[in-house]
Design a binder for this molecule. Structure first.
Ligand code: NAD
Length: 277
């Protein structure tokens, strides 16, 4: 079974560098998929209130019998729950659905710049953190300008910013800014949602060279950059494949070939303009 190395967050908490994402997995399927992931050796699970599968995720965790302290559970606060009081209530609901008394990481899902509610919302996360009900707090989809404003107005530097990141959207400026601030970069849609990226000739060639799959090449690239990555799959063989990326290494040439694939192309919304919910 693969052993996933940890990343040390800015508050000393350890987070597995590779986790399992469950976006677009219905609640009952999440129970099965998270069960398969835990069986395959994943210890970090990424869910969100908006995914509607915190209950299935929580049931799979309970069923696994894995000691709570060996697991790293992330959930996120949805856009309709921005604001101090609403955020506190949303967190209670998430904990209840997960069947847990704390999470390892609680994130604000989107910054919603037009609403300008991120600072108040984050203050609720700081309270939750101070109570020990989240071992770390952070954000998702924040651009450096959103982080700057947050850091200026609050006291706990986010441990993590979870952003869209894959070889077609390499996010160099954001990663640099995170490094300067001590914020861990977590990649969502790390496989580019499997669309096209895994057929790119350069990726296929590197996979053949190392006798691994294109998905493993892309996940290994994340690992070597120092990102946390949270690939999603509901197929047991792929779930296993995606965590098996710690027994080979990409060389300088491979890393350069993938670096050349950047197109600054988003699959998801632009955080500067996304204000729904
Ligand atoms: P992903 O990049 O993980 O791609 C998943 C898709 O790739 C699968 O549905 C499957 O079609 C394909 N795939 C997976 N493993 C494969 C393999 N080994 N070989 C071939 N194809 C394979 O995309 P994602 O689900 O969008 O992102 C992963 C996780 O990131 C989500 O589940 C969620 O937890 C998180 N996420 C967060 C946000 C956010 O706003 N914070 C947004 C999107 C996703």
């Amino acid at each position: 079974m693969s052993k996933v190395p940890p990343i040390i967050l800015n508050n000393g908490v350890q987070m597995p560098q590779l986790g399992f994402g469950v976006w677009q997995v219905p609640d009952d399927e999440a129970f099965t998929a998270v069960g398969a992931a835990l069986e395959a050796g994943y210890r970090s699970i990424d869910t969100a209130a908006a995914y509607g599968n915190e209950e299935g995720t929580g049931k799979a965790i309970a069923r696994s019998g894995i000691p709570r302290e060996e697991l790293f559970v992330t959930t996120k606060l949805w856009n309709s729950d921005h604001g101090y009081d609403a955020a506190l209530r949303a967190f209670d609901t998430s904990l209840e659905k997960l069947g847990l008394d704390h999470v390892d990481l609680y994130l604000i899902h989107w910054p919603l710049p037009a609403k300008d509610t991120a600072v108040d919302t984050y203050k609720a996360l700081e309270k939750i953190y101070s109570e020990g009900r989240a071992r770390a707090v952070g954000v998702s989809n924040f651009l450096p300008e959103h982080l700057e404003r947050l850091i200026d107005a609050t006291s706990v530097i986010p441990a993590v910013n979870q952003i869209e990141l894959h070889p077609h959207l390499q996010q160099r400026a954001a990663r640099e800014y995170h490094d300067e601030q001590g914020i861990t970069t977590e990649a969502w849609s790390p496989l580019g949602q499997g669309k096209g990226l895994l057929e790119v000739p350069a990726v296929v060639a590197i996979a053949q060279k190392h006798n691994v799959t294109p998905a493993q090449v892309v996940l290994r690239w994340h690992v070597q950059l120092g990102n946390v990555a949270i690939p999603k799959s509901v197929t047991p063989s792929r779930i296993k494949e995606n965590i098996d990326v710690f027994s080979f290494e990409l060389d300088t040439e491979d890393m350069a070939a993938i670096r050349a694939l950047n197109e600054d192309r988003r699959l998801g919304p632009d955080p500067a303009e996304f204000n729904e919910g």
